[in-house]
Write a protein that binds this ligand. Sequence first.
Ligand SMILES: Cc1cc2nc3c(=O)[nH]c(=O)nc-3n(C[C@H](O)[C@H](O)[C@H](O)COP(=O)(O)OP(=O)(O)OC[C@H]3O[C@@H](n4cnc5c(N)ncnc54)[C@H](O)[C@@H]3O)c2cc1C
Length: 460
Amino acid sequence: MHGRLIRPGEPGYLVAAWPNNARWADVYPSAIAMCVDDHDVRACIDWARQEHQAFAVRSGGHNYAGFSTTRGLLIDVKPMSGITLDPKNGLVRVQAGASNQDMADALRATGLAVASGRCPTVGTSGLVLGGGWGFSATRYGLTCDALRATEAVTADGTLRRASDRPGEENDLFWAARGGGGGNFAAHTSFTFALHEVGDVTTFNIVWPAKRQVELMLALQEIQLAHPREVATRSKIAPATAASSRRDQLRVQTLGQFFGPPARLRELLAPAFALAEPIVAEINGLNYWSARDYLVTDDPTGLYDMRSSFVEDRLGGDGLDTMMAWMERWPGGSLRQDNMGILFAVGGQVKAVAPEATAYVHRRSDFILEIEASWSPLDTPDVVARQRAWLAEYFAAMQPYVQPRSYVNFPSRDLPNWQHAYYGRNLPRLSAVKRQYDPDNIFRFPQSIPLDPRTAAAGSE
Ligand SMILES: Cc1cc2nc3c(=O)[nH]c(=O)nc-3n(C[C@H](O)[C@H](O)[C@H](O)COP(=O)(O)OP(=O)(O)OC[C@H]3O[C@@H](n4cnc5c(N)ncnc54)[C@H](O)[C@@H]3O)c2cc1C
């Protein structure tokens, strides 16, 4: 290895091993390979294959379900974070360890961007391999839609270039756009198409705890009526940790509008007419200032979550059910900020055919995320109650959502996960798996099966 191999007990080991979701922080790797170049990645894959050792590949370490943790070799590509701009061809080549923040830093001065995610420390690798939602998705598409080529070390230790050009591993390229990280190869770089950026309008509106269903319906109508102009992340959440009673649940929408503030105010008028907001920040900004405004903090924490997709809108019954379950929150030390969120995925995301890339959910308009989070203050009983609540809440929402789930918002407890993540693209993904990883060395609890018939039957 050219990079550092960190063994248990050596300085930095615990920090390097720590994933974003601390639920998996006690999964200690036998060693952590800090890969600095393609050679290191190949050496790791060759060693793991020859020695029959378990491994996981990690970039940003944000996988919710702990799939970039392992008791074997942790192959960490984070040191490979170089970014090379090719403005003449409208391309940028990003090494596999670069984060959303690295990309923003590299592109900020250029007037060009790649549609990417909201969290600064999420790795480009995990983001693009699973799809990649951000506040530019409805306008410019998912991060995976901007992918033009990728380099990856496959199970046989070969570094391959994949793209849609003839002779360049077209199937691997197809699978890299939504097939989920860790399934086929260890990617070392991604080349994205850039788009030009201009001024946009950001908004953060919070309403008092009333008329929640009507407000969420109105916000969805606005999104559906202007799919490419606006990108919303709308939610219902309690104001404090103390109570999630209906009179404590507030509607918030955070988003980006590709037009001037005055026009956005016109679009939002139906929601403003329902109730006077308690926060109404609407600002015309340049694209990068808007990105800085919209980024999330990314606390490492303890959490469990589920995701679904919604076609068209989540109707009044679904929203009522959602609120009824929020009211049943069993309690805990933290305010539950992410009890029910709708991320807009219409517009340009829907312009791509479901089978054109591995990301299959091209008929959906929203991703629904529901989450439970806790802290070390909460006893195991409290945590067990929260997790049981999450499972029941998720089950209760099924009549109102599609039987699908976003592979970048995964859960180990998701029933029928293969079909939920991949739908009708599952057989082709299994064929790609057989082609590039016939011995199934890229393996984790929800890795793509070699034989799709081993996956439980499901819809779509
Ligand atoms: C705070 C937070 C905010 C988020 N915000 C968004 C958002 O705005 N939009 C969105 O779409 N998603 C978001 N996500 C989800 C995020 O996109 C996924 O968790 C993503 O897969 C994380 O990528 P990563 O590289 O950081 O994670 P990792 O855990 O390192 O990797 C994720 C998966 O990809 C594999 N992998 C990593 N690197 C490679 C590689 N080089 N080659 C092959 N496989 C690899 C891993 O083995 C793992 O299975 C968020 C997650 C968190 C925790």
